[in-house]
Design a protein around this ligand. Sequence first.
Ligand code: TYM
Length: 348
Amino acid sequence: MSRILSGIRPSGQLHLGNYLGAIKQWIALQDQHQAFFMVADLHAITTPYEVESLQPQIRETILDYLAAGLDPAKTTLFIQSQVPAHAELMWLLSTITPIGELQRMVQYKEKSAANPDFQNAGILNYPILMAADILAYKADRVPVGDDQGQHVELARDVAKKFNRLFGQTFPEPLAVFGGGKRIMSLANPMEKMSKTGGEGIALTDEESTIKKKIQKAVSTSEPRVIREAFRAAEQGERGPEIQWQGDPTLLKQFHGVRNLFTILLVLGLPKDTAQWKAAAEAGKIQFSQFKPTLATIIAEHFAPFRARREQLAKDETFVRGVIDEGGLKANQVAEQTLAEVQAKMGLR
Ligand code: TYM
């Protein structure tokens, strides 16, 4: 049975990208695998944050996990900083991680460029902590969005190197991607949807809010763009993305509508998608009709989530219990791995 680990930073409301890239896969995987899902609070503090907001945001993220359908009876839900072995394992793994590999990471470059006044070693060492998160549970599958793929590859390299230097210890973890592995910003489809950009669709958004946000999404009336974007969205579910080969000034429109079609394909029912596929093949989609339909599909998909979340928010005792129990289970597994690593490295 594969072991799975993944996590999300508690740095703002969870958005559609987090759900389609990560949580949707977690839910599908939790039945057949031994799974650990954490709130990555130690990663959240590598970029500027408000100290008073951190605890509420951690709790909000756990509520999101539970409301989305992660079942604490089947999986271990926990908070990263409550398992001290992650930070200690990170130190041990840092001694075999080449600095050049860390400097090559796309997110390191992006985050340090975005926060010129907050340059810190944590942003650079971020992927070593991710490797420790994954390897502490000897996870071999890591369900994430596209933007975390490079970090999982680094964890794989670290695992291989450790095994080579100190003897077989870790499986070589692989990233697992779903159909919504790269959901783009609605207003600027050349960038991914993020927690900081206000235009992201939050999982808690009501239908009217979703409608307003989707209304502003970049779209097109060009038949070729519509046709190829739909094909690209279908292809993106299965493998590498098709690139736009036409007029470069239409690139943004291509990505805008490809993004909307991707959301349709992962959330819509077959009867919804069949109708729009035929229209897209003919190059004839009126976005004034398509956008409200898509907003309704999204709102309906998350209606049970919103209702469950409201109920759970009132049940402080249950939520506390989940966090405490998850922390206990996670600590047991991670401490065992840490002890094994310490022994192999000659530290005990
Ligand atoms: P974070 O908090 O940035 O994102 C959480 C998850 O959501 C995915 N994601 C997206 N997927 C599709 N489209 C998007 N626009 C989009 N935006 C975000 C991310 O790929 C991720 O899967 N460092 C990690 C958290 C982490 C972790 C780990 C993950 C810490 N330790 C160990 C896996 C294993 C992060 O900051 O994710």
